[in-house]
Design a binder for this molecule. Structure first.
Ligand code: ATP
Ligand code: MG
Length: 474
């Protein structure tokens, strides 16, 4: 007040008002334009139960961001001033989980909602590792502190379904309108406290088509190596989110554009620094993105098998050159790649075994006589292996003819199949010593086309839904 008076007295004009970040800007329904039909009934059930019990409760984070963008949120997070125990008591199926942050999972049938208690500002005083990463933090606090603890301005808004008001503490609405990703607080400090935020920036920028504001972007290149200190399982979860966001290709392109493709993730180094397999990887990601956008299941095993295939081919070729027969050589190559990546990536056992199945089926597609093709059709992961084969054809790695033959065989009736067996051009057995058929090395820079053989829409890409969807890994 006195300050204001002195400024007026001295004739000093007010600068742009510095917003007090302890008080939110409140927007009503007509200002924010959220369509209430995009809200899940279970989210409303949770917020209203909490409110009826006398607590504050809001939809928060990514769901509010998506609602403001007119996108139907894929899940709803709820923030409240009730403690985890108080939340748990209000719902029949509620479970307190988490070590680093305690949250409550509230279940309605298959639907899971995450309810978090407002975090206090204590991130700076929380226990940390030697690199400054927050290890544990269950410090509760007022809502404005919770807002400050969130990662980006666009993820720090609260929506109350009862009043239809949006509470915006950090200028998130303006950033949504300007399509800007801006970290809350001091960027270096926020990345140090949780290096995974660097991956999140890239994912959101690519997924939403937003620009990363310079101060948010700049520290990433120098701080990227801090991701090495994050537990592998957490990095893996985040990477899976990135790859299964429906915008995987855009994410990787964004990483390149921002100069962030070095050192951020070892897997990306492998993938992005191999121009040889780029066509293959691009096709694999494109079809994954298309499947996600079409709401179809995506198999992480198929995805990782694609991303690492050219590493396998390289080693496979080397083992064959050293005199190993193709099939054992492929198994050795797969072992090598899986061993090194399992450690770095925290690949779950199931994903690893799916990858091995897909890879080891590939030379079996070359045997097109006798009973072998029928046996292969019965393989429980045939569809994934076949889709993978089509991808290899499409990328120009192998002749399109083999993919066309298998499509005809797969789709044919008994008579057609018998006929195909007599017309198959080459049926090299696994015992013949030879290099893997036309590895990408020998084809790089070729027509790059594969004439689109067998790429009949929904095929290439993933396992045709035989695997659990990506969401179970998120
Ligand atoms: P998505 O659509 O991918 O689920 P999201 O923003 O909802 O995006 P979540 O991982 O579900 O992402 O997190 C929910 C909210 O929790 C975020 O919107 C953000 O407010 C907060 N949050 C998540 N991870 C972090 C983090 N590493 N640091 C700070 N806040 C975070
Ligand atoms: Mg979310």
């Amino acid at each position: 007040m006195i300050k204001k008076f002195i400024r007026k007295f001295l004739g000093v004009k007010d600068k742009a008002p510095v917003r007090d970040k302890t008080e939110p800007v409140i927007l009503g329904a007509t200002e924010h334009g959220i369509d209430p039909k995009l809200l899940s009934s279970n989210a409303i059930r949770v917020t209203s139960s909490l409110q009826e019990a006398g607590f504050k409760a809001f939809v928060v984070g990514g769901a509010v961001r998506d609602l403001l963008l007119g996108i139907k949120p894929k899940d709803f997070d709820i923030a409240t001033d009730a403690t985890p125990e108080q939340v748990k008591r209000l719902f029949r199926r509620a479970f307190i989980i988490g070590k680093r942050f305690q949250i409550v999972h509230v279940m309605f049938g298959q639907d899971l909602l995450e309810v978090t208690t407002f975090r206090g500002a204590g991130e700076s005083s929380a226990p940390k590792d030697e690199h400054g990463r927050v290890l544990r933090d269950n410090n509760f606090g007022p809502q404005h502190e919770d807002a400050m603890r969130r990662d980006f301005t666009i993820n720090a808004m609260y929506y109350d379904p009862a009043t239809q008001q949006v509470l915006d503490y950090h200028g998130g609405i303006a950033d949504i309108r300007d399509k800007t990703l801006r970290i809350i607080g001091q960027p270096e400090a926020r990345y140090r406290e949780d290096p995974v935020r660097m991956l999140r920036v890239v994912r959101f920028a690519a997924r939403l088509g937003f620009t990363i504001e310079p101060a948010t972007r700049e520290p990433i290149a120098v701080m990227a190596s801090l991701i090495d200190n994050v537990p592998a399982a957490r990095v893996f979860d985040e990477m899976l989110k990135l790859l299964m966001s429906g915008h995987a290709l855009a994410c990787l392109q964004q990483l390149r554009k921002e100069g962030l493709h070095h050192g951020l993730l070892p897997l990306l180094d492998v993938v992005l620094e191999q121009p040889i397999g780029m066509k293959f990887v691009t096709l694999a990601l494109e079809s994954t993105d298309n499947r996600v956008k079409a709401g179809k299941g995506v198999s992480p095993g198929f995805l990782f098998a694609s991303l690492l295939w050219h590493q396998v081919v390289e080693k496979w070729t080397a083992y064959c050159a050293a005199g190993e027969s193709p099939i054992p050589a492929l198994h050795l190559a797969a072992d090598d790649v899986l061993d090194s990546q399992t450690e770095k990536l925290a690949l779950q056992r199931k994903i690893g075994s799916d990858m091995r199945d897909i890879w080891s089926m590939q030379p079996r597609f070359e045997r097109r006589n006798g009973k072998a093709p029928y046996k292969l059709l019965e393989h429980p992961r045939f569809r994934a292996g076949y889709d993978f084969l089509l991808l290899r054809c499409e990328s120009g790695e192998i002749e399109s003819e083999i993919g066309e033959w298998w499509t005809a065989f797969y789709e044919g009736d008994a008579v057609e199949r018998e006929q195909l067996l007599t017309t198959a051009v080459s049926t090299p057995g696994p015992k013949r010593k030879r290099a893997p058929r036309r590895s990408s090395r020998s084809r790089t820079g070729g027509d790059g086309g594969g004439s689109g053989s067998g790429s009949d829409g929904g095929h290439s890409g993933t396992s045709g839904g035989s695997n659990p969807g990506g969401s179970s890994f998120e």
